[in-house]
Design a protein. Structure first.
Length: 202
């Protein structure tokens, strides 16, 4: 199973990235999903995202996100919602581009009044892209950084079920394709005997 972490903080080596990667590891542990995960950090792509010319780096990042089975999308709260950087990147995805993806939204914030933004703003964005988005999203307060493991483990247990179900579905062997129907051989027509001549005796 491909697990990708998408970080929408414009600052490099941000606390958002650190928390997002820790959240990903917590979910993988809670769901008992082996393997490694990839991180797409948009801070390294910010200057290229608004340029008119094509960029192989941007295309690779889009391909990485589109190839995810489970996608954790993380952003700090800017003006009460996710960052413009994250929106600009996700605008590059086509209609229902995440239709086969399980997406987990996450926001890092200073103020508790922004806690609902993860489900009020970020979740609808991912649903619009076709993703399956279990609730609740993860709202991490900066004041919780000192007890981050406790916050992440509790949330990871709540979303582990859908992640485990996704992993099991991917591990299940595909059903063999049905064999094409073989047309029945034509039944040979038996020749009917000619009617016997009628003999009329005088």
């Amino acid at each position: 199973m491909r697990f990708v972490t998408l970080v929408g903080n414009p600052k490099a080596e941000s606390r958002t990235a650190s928390v997002a990667q820790a959240a990903t590891r917590a979910v993988m542990a809670a769901a008992d999903v082996p393997g490694r995960h990839q991180t797409v950090d948009l801070s390294a792509l910010a200057r290229r995202l608004l340029l008119p010319q094509a960029s192989a780096v941007i295309e690779d990042a889009v391909a990485e996100v589109l190839g995810a089975d489970v996608l954790l999308v993380a952003s700090p709260v800017f003006k009460g919602t996710y960052t413009g950087l994250l929106k600009v990147f996700l605008d590059r995805l086509g209609y229902r581009a995440l239709a086969s993806t399980l997406a987990l939204p996450m926001l890092v914030m200073k103020h508790p009044e922004h806690a609902l933004a993860v489900d009020v703003h970020m979740r609808p964005l991912l649903v619009e892209l076709g993703a399956t988005v279990p609730t609740p999203g993860l709202a991490v307060m900066e004041s919780d950084f000192g007890r981050l493991d406790h916050v992440l483990v509790g949330w990871a247990r709540r979303v582990a079920g859908p992640v485990s179900t996704k992993a099991a579905a991917l591990a299940r062997p595909a059903a063999p394709a049905p064999r094409p129907a073989v047309p029945a051989a034509p039944v040979a027509q038996t020749a009917q005997a000619a009617p016997a001549a009628r003999v009329i005796r005088a």
